[in-house]
Design a protein around this ligand. Structure first.
Ligand code: ADP
Length: 485
């Protein structure tokens, strides 16, 4: 039941995780897609807005340039923008300039007004300047050269915006048929720029447009592409992050779920392990109390069994305490420099004292360097491996304890001729509470804590523990310890 409810908890947490992460990220992606789709339009609009203020200021400058040309006419000097100056006959002004001629007459001497007219489809710009001549006041009609002005605009732009990438041009009004065709053909060869901003010019340049051009066929596309790539890159990064976070969370949740299952197994296991010797103790004690053991041999057998069962109990409790001390960090290692043969000798004494029904051989490579170990903790580790070797081998036990040099470390190995450890279990047997799922492990008493304790102790010494195993042939558990420099 407990397992089923934990599973439901796990699923619920998983669903929450899915909702909590996936829904906002789907919304984010939708937003990103819309933003990417609108990006080009947005870039074009931004470019046009950026250039409008610059174009307006350039337009004012052009206007100032025309005023400057008119002032030159008033002073009687020349200006490159003025192609011809005539005296305006007030009674017969050129077609389209009648109103302007009337207004000019009211102007004070030296001032001017700018005007334009269309003559046979050609746009002309004029400055009407009030001046004093030999025969009195008159209005001078100065023809403004728009082509010369157009030629000056890029230079004006460069001077005003020296660090600007764009070129500024003054485009004439749409020409009719042949002239337009000629210009298009002339520009077709070197047309590698695109208009990104445009403002219409005021009088006397009606119909003209001041434009900003950026090099390239489609600069907005390049900018939009860069921004899109950035969006897409960030989205990919975001998703990678979410994916990794998701994966890690799921892994942690699975671990927690597995651990809680292992703990449940452990409690069941440990209860069983405790109950068996306790039942035996109770039975043997009752046998003695009720006087059912009649002969001295029977009494001695009962007492011996009582002692061995209580020893089994205390070992089990000792293992549990050892684990909890390690887990809580209460167990401090008291390291000392030791020669390996001396350590193995101490282990041999402790092993013999336990009077197990199996022996082991020892092979020690001569001249091994010393190691820094907590002798009690390290003896506990090796004894644990020896016990496992005894526990998990059949009738004929061949157990070997070997110490040898392994590069810059010392390796202490316990080799047995047991059934071996299955490949899928080789890492997991060092996890707390984990027990092999094979028949032998199930039939053998244990808690799944022994190797986890070994691993913790060995790692606290700066070493590592590993297993080599061949199924059906045996296992070699290896402790690798750093040597004293
Ligand atoms: P326990 O022996 O109490 O189950 P351990 O942590 O010592 O706990 O061992 C974990 C598991 O590793 C065992 O359940 C067993 O399946 C496997 N194992 C340990 N030592 C050996 C060995 N020498 N040969 C085969 N399997 C072993």
């Amino acid at each position: 039941m407990a397992q089923a409810s934990e599973y439901i908890e796990f699923r619920r947490a998983f669903v929450w995780l899915l909702c909590g992460m996936l829904l906002p990220s789907v919304a984010l992606v939708a937003f990103g897609v819309v933003a990417v789709a609108n990006e080009r339009v947005a870039v074009e609009r931004r470019l046009a807005e950026d250039y409008e203020s610059r174009l307006r200021s350039l337009e004012r400058e052009i206007r100032g340039r025309l005023d400057h040309a008119a002032d030159a006419v008033a002073r009687g000097t020349t200006d490159p923008l003025v192609s011809a100056v005539t005296v305006l006959a007030p009674e017969a002004p050129p077609a389209g300039l009648e109103e302007a001629a009337k207004s000019a007459e009211t102007l004070p001497i030296g001032s001017h007004l700018l005007a334009s007219n269309d003559a046979q489809g050609v746009h002309r710009a004029w400055a009407l300047v009030r001046a004093v001549g030999a025969v009195g006041e008159r209005t001078l009609l100065a023809h403004l050269d728009t082509q010369a002005l157009a030629a000056q605009v890029p230079l004006l732009g460069e001077a005003r915006f020296p660090r600007e990438h764009a070129d500024f041009r003054l485009l004439p009004p749409r020409e009719g048929g042949l002239a337009a065709l000629k210009r298009i053909v002339a520009e077709a060869g070197n047309n590698t720029s695109t208009v990104v901003g445009r403002v219409a010019m005021g009088p006397p340049l009606e119909g003209f447009a001041l434009v900003a051009e950026l090099p390239g066929d489609d600069p907005a596309a390049a900018l939009a592409f860069r921004n899109r790539s950035l969006y897409v890159g960030l989205l990919v990064l975001l998703y990678l992050g979410i994916g990794v976070g998701f994966g890690l969370t799921i892994r942690e949740m699975r671990r927690a779920y597995k651990l809680s299952r292992l703990k449940t197994d452990f409690v069941a296991n440990i209860s069983h392990e405790l109950r068996t010797p306790l039942t035996s103790v109770r039975l043997f004690a009752e046998t003695l109390r009720d006087g059912r053991a009649t002969t001295p041999e029977e009494v001695r057998e009962c007492v011996e069994l009582l002692s061995s069962e209580s020893e089994r109990l205390s070992k089990l409790v000792e293992k549990l305490l050892s684990w909890s001390r390690l887990e809580s960090g209460q167990r401090m290692l008291r390291k000392e420099t030791m020669q390996v043969p001396a350590l193995l000798e101490e282990i041999a004494v402790a092993y013999r004292a336990q009077q197990l029904d199996a022996t082991y051989d020892t092979v020690v490579e001569p001249g091994l360097p010393a190691v820094d170990v907590d002798r009690e903790a390290m003896a506990q580790v090796v004894l644990n491996l020896l016990h496992n070797a005894v526990k998990y081998t059949g009738e004929v036990k061949r157990i070997l304890l070997r110490a040898r040099r392994a590069e810059k470390s010392v390796a202490i190995e316990v080799q047995d001729n047991g059934p071996g450890v299955r490949f899928k279990d080789r890492k997991r047997i060092f996890e707390r509470f984990y027990r092999g799922d094979d028949l032998l492990s199930r039939q053998t008493e244990g808690t799944g804590l022994g190797l986890a304790i070994c691993k913790k102790i060995v790692e606290a010494h700066g070493g590592r523990i590993e297993v080599d195993s061949k199924l059906g042939e045996g296992s070699t558990f290896r402790i690798v310890l750093p040597v004293v420099e």
